[in-house]
Design a protein around this ligand. Structure first.
Ligand code: NAD
Length: 479
């Protein structure tokens, strides 16, 4: 065990760090060294209940504040995140495994931008509107339970609690038990920003204990969940008993469709990068590359060249382009999928199941497998650095394959003409599609069709998820 291990003894409830009731702790592993880098307390159902009570009591005053006051707190939190970039980036690089330089930009820079952007969205929002003899006002949903995963932990937390707080909601956060350190730092930042007690609460713990309290508690009005499709279904079932609003951001198996007229070098390189980001642990990663069958050999060579750029190494090493996976369990799950692919006859274009010679760390080689559309790996979300290449006969076949999964989160289309790409993109049933390598846009709606979920995050789209409508009718004035 590392001597620099940090013990977090408390949860953040009602504006205070409250010492945990139970002695049980949850270890957090540095994914590059396998050492325990921190522990957080395993929260109890009673602690989750206390946090909900605090959020309930804080709701009326917080939702009644002028928008400008709430937006001001969000700006302070954005500034606090920027000021603690190094602490946060280091924590995430270690607990998740993303190389530090990238973690700074993506895992911390992104959230800081979103906090400030949600302040702007709230300030510019049309809070009420006259419709005939009614005035329609928008009001906060109430107490929101936020349950988040580990892969982009601070982003996923931010995309829930920042718009919720801007809207006037109060929140109880249960961060991922696998990567909770960044959330503890964020709680310190929120505390230092002077946010009133009870508006933001954080209870660490497991899904079945703390998460399920948020799904069932009668005082929770809404659950915002990001994670696996299985856990999302469970939370929905629980929440349906008290008719809570539920938004779900779930898994994906996104297709990058390379059309015959595309620039193949750019398309293959772009797809490999979009797959390998965060060692493939990205819900919207482009994990299926659909290519014309007649061009398979050319794609094979281009994919090998693109993968060769991803040098594996510890997340704190500046030279690393691909860090480890988050945990031993995740590594083993991914290796198992690679073996299944090979057993079903995959063409191993790059990588494979052999563990790279890094000594410690949950590493998996960047792997590219040529498979058939009917194979297991064409359907299962692997959540690791594994790209599958699936040949298609013609455009019709490509669209059919792209749509043939239970998911509908992201995707890409590559073509010599944007117009041609858009024609195909319109037929793909997913919430996002990148045309010829278009970059991520934090103001555009992010979310899934089908079993990838039912909510939207980012900008005004994510903000409106936390609002109700209230219509007040007036007697039309005489004359
Ligand atoms: P997970 O479902 O195991 O856990 C997510 C969160 O849910 C954790 O906080 C966990 O403790 C909690 N949880 C688990 N069981 C629960 C239960 N019964 N009741 C309440 N809460 C429960 O997912 P993960 O392994 O942390 O994350 C990886 C998954 O998240 C992948 O499937 C990925 O695609 C998905 N994801 C989706 C998006 C998106 O925006 N669509 C973003 C990131 C990750």
């Amino acid at each position: 065990m590392d001597s620099a291990m940090v013990v977090y003894p408390a949860h953040y409830i009602n504006g205070q760090w409250r010492k945990a009731q139970a002695a049980e702790t949850l270890p957090v592993h540095d994914s590059s060294t396998e050492e325990v880098m921190a522990t957080v307390p395993a929260g109890t159902a009673a602690e989750a209940g206390d946090a909900v009570l605090a959020a309930t009591q804080a709701f009326e005053a917080w939702s009644g504040l002028p928008v400008e006051t709430r937006a001001g707190y969000l700006d302070k939190i954005a500034a606090g995140i920027k000021a603690r970039t190094e602490d946060l980036a280091l924590a995430i690089a270690r607990e998740v495994g993303m190389p530090l330089k990238m973690a700074r930009a993506v895992q911390v820079g992104g959230p800081a931008w979103h906090w400030a952007n949600f302040a702007k969205v709230a300030r510019n929002f049309e809070w009420e509107k006259k419709v005939g003899n009614s005035v329609v006002v928008r009001e906060a949903v109430g107490v929101v339970g936020c349950i988040t995963p580990w892969n982009f932990p601070l982003s996923q937390i931010t995309l829930k609690i920042a718009p919720a707080m801007a809207a006037g909601c109060t929140v109880v956060l249960k961060p991922s038990e696998i990567a909770p350190v960044n959330a503890m730092i964020l709680a310190e930042i929120i505390h230092d920003a002077g946010v009133p007690a009870g508006v933001f609460n954080l209870v660490n713990g497991t899904g079945p204990v703390v998460g399920e309290v948020l799904g069932t508690h009668p005082q929770v009005d809404m659950v915002s969940f990001t994670g696996s499709t299985g856990a999302g279904k469970r939370v929905s079932e629980l929440a349906s008993q008290s008719v809570k609003r539920v938004t779900l951001e779930l898994g994906g198996k996104s297709a990058s469709v390379i059309l015959d007229d595309a620039n193949f070098e750019a398309a293959v390189k772009g797809t490999v990068s979009a797959c390998m980001l965060n060692s493939g642990q990205t819900c919207s990663a482009h994990t299926r590359m659909l290519v014309p069958a007649s061009r398979y050999e050319e794609v094979r060579a281009l994919a090998q060249a693109a993968v060769a750029r991803f040098s594996i190494g510890p997340s704190l090493d500046e030279a690393s382009k691909l860090g480890p996976l988050v945990s031993a369990a995740q590594r083993d799950r991914v290796l198992n999928f690679i073996r299944i692919g090979i057993a079903e006859g995959a063409d191993v274009i790059a990588g494979g199941p052999d563990t790279p010679a890094t000594g410690k760390g949950y590493f998996v080689q960047p792997t590219v497998l040529g498979i058939k559309a009917s194979d297991t790996l064409a359907q299962e979300e692997i959540f690791g650095p594994v790209l599958v290449v699936i040949p298609y006969r013609d455009e019709e076949d490509a669209v059919t394959i792209a749509n043939n999964t239970i998911y509908g989160l992201g995707g890409a289309v590559w073509s010599a003409s944007d117009e041609h790409a858009v024609k195909v993109a319109r037929r793909i049933r997913t919430g996002q599609i990148d045309i010829n390598g278009g970059p991520f846009n934090g103001s555009a709606p992010f979310g899934g069709y089908k079993q990838s979920g039912n909510g939207r995050e980012n900008g005004i789209y994510g903000f409106e998820e936390f609002l109700e409508f209230k219509a007040m009718q007036f007697k039309p004035s005489a004359g």
